[in-house]
Design a protein around this ligand. Structure first.
Ligand code: C2O
Ligand code: CU
Ligand code: CU
Length: 488
């Protein structure tokens, strides 16, 4: 790596925020855990009523101990409160927008009617929007965040993003860890300047190329925190709420953990893994047994990984063109668990079929659509050659029909593709990555690396109307990498 860039990163890492979660400069290096784990993990408060308000307002607030953000919060909470609901519940939510920008909330992963889904055309400033919908889907780790066109990245970055946890009887009967033994972890990278300020100021190339990549990690809003745990099993609900950064989650000791769920709830079968690639928008549900460890601490990291390049052309180009965060694929320290001697939760052995699933099969599909992901110089990332237009219908699907969409990444940059109003199954991926363990269940966001073609299959059961699909790299989304699809 270039010396100049390395020095720049070192300087940042030792800025006023002395909690520097050190990232390795080069892919080959191992993650260095030099952070101090001085702050405890925070748990955002929960909302479990069926009638509530989310008030978005701006303010300057501190993040961790030494840094601050001029940001936005829902209900004066950072990170945003965790919404908890049960399958079958009808929710009435008033979104009160006091941030002096257009906004609208989207419930990522939930299947709700088009007027309730946060299509950017419903964005408004000053006033409120009333949502009413019934949760009619599987238990799972969903989330919510704003969705106005061109400024979603800014609003999520500045603090508007929270968990939306749905439970149902089938899941509850498994007696998975709950209460203090369930930890929702919102993972976000942030760029911190030497005075401890967190700023959202992507350059043109960042908007157009890599997205906004940060140099520090916040877990539930706290820089590389620690969490005290008992000797027992914990359920960690992981959400990558970063704008552009992909994480390759693992324990520093390389110990394995049990993957039980993905975007759309529990997997058909639990899988033992030792790492987990999580792109912006994706969730993973894992069980970690801290009693099996003969250690006093366990460190959660993001291991360096290789981003396949399109012939090397785009590699490092974001940085060359003015992007300044550590490259995509850089390793980070995320947080530390401190294991006490108290005994914790023991999970009764998991059944061989964790959760029943009725996936559509390729022969059910009416058609296959090819969705090209590309870029136009100085214009931005495109879907089938086009930038987003609010009213243009890009794809029409029949209600109730099953389709295969094949995402083809022709650009040199990873694209985590997200489709509203459905949960899909990943059918195949070209190249050597294949289908990952985290892709064996229901998904709403799938990472398409450069040169890959990824096929997903889904049935469009949502109410008729307009929804969007887009790249969940929020700078890509904001610069036009989004399309409308209409269920007719
Ligand atoms: Cu989480 Cu349309 O996004
Ligand atoms: Cu969504
Ligand atoms: Cu993208």
């Amino acid at each position: 790596m270039k010396r100049k860039k390395f020095l720049k990163q070192v300087l940042w890492g030792t800025g006023a925020l002395s909690l520097a979660p050190f990232y390795s400069g080069c892919y080959q290096e191992q993650v260095k855990a030099q952070s101090e784990f001085t702050l405890p993990l925070m748990r955002p408060g929960s909302i479990s009523k069926s009638n509530f308000s989310l008030v978005a307002a701006s303010g300057k607030y501190s993040v961790g101990r030494d840094s601050h953000i001029s940001g936005f919060r829902f209900n004066e909470s950072y990170p945003s409160p965790t919404i908890r609901a049960n399958k079958g519940d009808t929710l009435n939510v008033r979104f009160d927008n006091q941030i002096r920008q257009d906004s609208i909330i989207h419930w990522h992963g939930l299947v709700v009617p088009p007027e309730m889904d946060g299509h950017p055309k419903y964005a408004f400033s000053n006033g409120h929007y009333d949502y009413e919908y019934t949760i009619n889907q599987r238990a799972g780790t969903y989330w919510y965040h704003p969705h106005p066109h061109r400024i979603t990245g800014e609003q999520v970055y500045k603090g508007l993003a929270g968990f939306f946890i749905v439970k149902d009887d089938e899941e509850t009967s498994l007696n998975l860890p709950d209460g203090e033994f369930e930890l929702p972890l919102l993972i976000q990278d942030r760029r911190v300047n030497p005075t401890g300020e967190i700023l959202y100021n992507p350059t043109m190339p960042e908007q157009m190329m890599t997205g906004f990549l940060g140099d520090h990690i916040l877990i539930n809003g706290v820089p590389t925190p620690y969490q005290t745990v008992k000797k027992g099993v914990y359920r960690l609900r992981l959400l990558n709420g970063s704008n552009a950064r992909i994480f390759n989650i693992a324990f520093q000791s390389n110990r394995s953990f049990t993957l039980i769920g993905s975007d759309g709830g529990l997997l058909p079968k639990a899988v033992e893994v030792d790492r987990l690639l999580l792109a912006p928008g994706e969730r993973a549900d894992i069980l970690v047994d801290f009693s099996a460890l003969d250690q006093e601490t366990a460190t959660l990291v993001s291991l360096p990984f290789e981003v396949p390049s399109a012939g090397g052309m785009m590699n490092g180009m974001g940085n060359m063109m003015g992007g300044s965060g550590p490259d995509q694929g850089t390793g980070f320290t995320l947080m530390q668990f401190r294991i006490t001697n108290e005994s914790g939760y023991t999970v009764p052995s998991l059944p061989s079929v964790l959760y029943s699933s009725d996936f559509p099969e390729p022969e059910d599909a009416e058609l296959t659509r090819q969705i090209d992901l590309d870029m136009q110089m100085m214009q931005g990332h495109t879907i089938n050659g086009k930038l987003f237009e609010m009213e243009r219908v890009d794809v029409q699907v029949n209600q109730g029909s099953t389709e295969i969409w094949e995402f083809v990444n022709l650009s040199g940059i990873p694209h985590p593709m997200h489709i509203h109003a459905v949960q899909f199954r990943v059918l195949e991926r070209t190249g050597n990555r294949g289908i990952l363990p985290s892709e064996t269940g229901w998904k709403d966001t799938v990472l398409v690396m450069p040169n890959e073609r990824v096929k997903v299959i889904m049935t469009f059961d949502a109410p008729k109307g307009m929804y969007v699909f887009h790249c969940h790299n929020l700078e890509h989304e904001d610069s036009g990498m989004m399309g409308n699809f209409e269920i007719t």
